[in-house]
Design a protein. Structure first.
Length: 127
């Protein structure tokens, strides 16, 4: 996500030799010091990030985060405003795929390290 979006804030966080990436992102997103991020905050941030990347809507994300749909919508909005380059990248990727007219299911080589090819519903994820 950091590489593809070129989000300087994420790249900076990931370039640090010490620390947990989800704790670092949670600290930036919530405005807390890293040592003040609780395991619950870290877990919620991790679920939010993967939810956004995999195209989860607010209702499904609310189930994952155990909050209301309105709270989930606000978390998504807040995260995306904290990392605007990620939002731009997601929007550009979705537009690109829609312009190509890719159908409901598409093989998408995403995880080069794992040498895997994913088949995911287009309505949920293009990235």
């Amino acid at each position: 996500m950091a590489h593809f979006s070129r989000d300087s804030s994420l790249i900076s966080k990931l370039s640090q030799p010490e620390g947990d990436v989800f704790t670092m992102i949670a600290a930036k997103w919530t405005g807390k010091a890293e040592d003040s991020v609780s395991p619950h905050d870290r877990d919620q941030t991790k679920r939010l990030i993967y939810g956004i990347l995999y195209g989860m809507g607010a209702n499904r994300l609310a189930e994952q985060l155990e909050c209301t749909s309105d709270e989930a919508k606000e978390k998504i909005r807040s995260f995306k405003s904290s990392f605007p380059a990620v939002t731009s990248w997601l929007n550009e990727t979705i537009s690109f795929c829609q312009e190509k007219g890719w159908g409901c299911y598409r093989l998408f080589p995403l995880l080069f390290v794992l040498n895997a090819v994913l088949c995911v519903p287009l309505n949920h994820i293009f990235v």
